[in-house]
Write a protein that binds this ligand. Structure first.
Ligand SMILES: Cc1ncc(C[n+]2csc(CCOP(=O)(O)OP(=O)(O)O)c2C)c(N)n1
Ligand SMILES: [Mg+2]
Length: 292
């Protein structure tokens, strides 16, 4: 395997981000221009004076990755250099669903030929686990601290797949670091589409989620096997494929091995939130036909 993202970067042991990035770059055979807003990935890979990137790379502001990518794509077209590679964004969930969402909407609306990858570790992890729009209900973060006042995050995980579909994005999918061959297949499929493509990859965070560094993949698998993180694929607005679940597991199995959810098993509101999460999983299973 040729490496487009080298070892020796600064990720925590067990971090899932390099797994996602390496598989995306591998699927593109390194033929791409990477845009990366501020976040963990940028910090672990591009600190002056060293870089883990074996492909052209630009660090954007937190909020404007989609605009920078759109500009690069337009420039490549104007220069008739679009054959040189795909424009790819790797952005965190905070950059995608909250702070960069305006630029992302503009990029989708203009349907720029850009592959936008959201690395969904379900909080602002680089700054120490603050809630984002993609943090799930009940999660303990520094801005939703579980205690007397709060049972962790109150509210929903934003549906960014629906957001992309509402913009008419031609290719939209979710994936997980637990299934790297699926990531590679989806990336290859995505770039067959002209226009914007959105892939949201579930990326467990060892420190923010409070898991053992050798349990990244186990936790990622459980998110899928409980139906809390449905793996879906849309082409031209139509659901074309889902990852079926052989024996769906109760959400407690996923929650109990993560420190961010530990309070739910003793907090007065915990039972209610676990039930809500189970309801979300059941609805996902029904809506996408996940049960095999
Ligand atoms: C405009 C702006 N606001 C806040 C920050 C501080 N900041 C840097 S990285 C980061 C968190 C990034 O979260 P996310 O996009 O989810 O990526 P992750 O680090 O979790 O991979 C924050 C809040 C910043 N750099 N710029
Ligand atoms: Mg994040």
């Amino acid at each position: 395997m040729k490496f487009f993202f080298s070892s020796g970067h600064g990720a925590c042991p067990g971090c899932s981000l390099p797994i996602a990035v390496k598989n995306v770059l591998y699927a593109l055979e390194g033929k791409c221009f990477v845009v990366n807003p501020t976040g963990c990935l940028e910090i672990i890979s591009s600190q002056y004076d060293r870089s883990a990137w074996g492909v052209p790379y630009i660090h954007s502001l937190f909020e404007n990755a989609a605009a920078v990518a759109a500009g690069i794509e337009a420039a490549l077209k104007a220069l008739k250099r679009e054959d040189e590679g795909h424009v790819v964004v790797f952005a965190g969930d905070g950059a995608t669903a909250d702070i960069g969402v305006g630029c992302l909407s503009g990029m989708f609306d203009r349907n720029h030929d850009v592959l936008y990858i959201c690395l969904d570790n379900e909080a602002y992890q680089n700054t120490g686990n603050q809630q984002s729009g993609l943090t799930p209900p009940g999660s303990n973060t520094t801005t939703t601290p579980a205690g007397k006042l709060l049972p962790g995050k109150v509210g929903k995980k934003k549906d960014m797949v629906a957001f992309a579909l509402a913009h008419g994005v031609p290719y939209v999918a979710t994936a997980s670091v637990a299934y790297p061959t699926d990531i590679r297949r989806k990336v290859k499929r995505a770039v067959e589409f002209e226009g914007s493509k959105y892939i949201q990859i579930h990326c467990p965070c060892v420190t923010g989620w409070g898991i053992n560094s050798n349990e990244t993949i186990k936790v990622a698998k459980l998110a899928v096997e409980t139906a809390l993180y449905p793996i879906v694929e849309y082409e031209n607005g139509e659901l074309v494929r889902v990852r079926k679940i052989k024996e769906r597991k109760p959400v407690e199995e996923y929650l109990k091995i993560q420190r961010r959810f530990r309070h739910l098993f003793k907090h007065p509101k915990g039972k209610e939130i676990i039930e809500e999460l189970q309801r979300i999983a059941d609805e996902n299973a029904k809506r996408f036909g996940l049960d095999a």
